[in-house]
Ligand binder design. Structure first.
Ligand SMILES: [Zn+2]
Ligand SMILES: [Zn+2]
Length: 83
């Protein structure tokens, strides 16, 4: 059985349907302004930010922190998980 994760917040669900049924508190349009988005990469022991290369052991730990290389400006957004 595999797990499915939200790309924005790292929430884990047992099916894609369960994941995308619920609002995401870290949605880019604003907190709970949209649903969780499926992370389409594979499950890893370490996840890296696609902007700066920082890594964390879970998606939720990675995306919780500001990114100094965010495209909107230094620390203007959170790390984004690379596939
Ligand atoms: Zn989410
Ligand atoms: Zn980053």
């Amino acid at each position: 059985m595999s797990n499915f994760y939200c790309e924005y917040c790292g929430t884990k669900a047992s099916s894609i349907a369960n994941l995308t049924a619920n609002s995401c508190h870290r949605h880019p349009n604003g907190s709970n302004k949209g649903k969780h988005k499926l992370y389409e990469g594979s499950e890893k022991s370490k996840y890296s930010c696609k902007y700066c290369g920082n890594s964390a052991s879970t998606i939720s730990n990675l995306v919780a922190n500001s990114c100094h290389r965010h495209p909107d400006g230094s620390n203007k957004g959170k790390h984004a998980v690379a596939l």
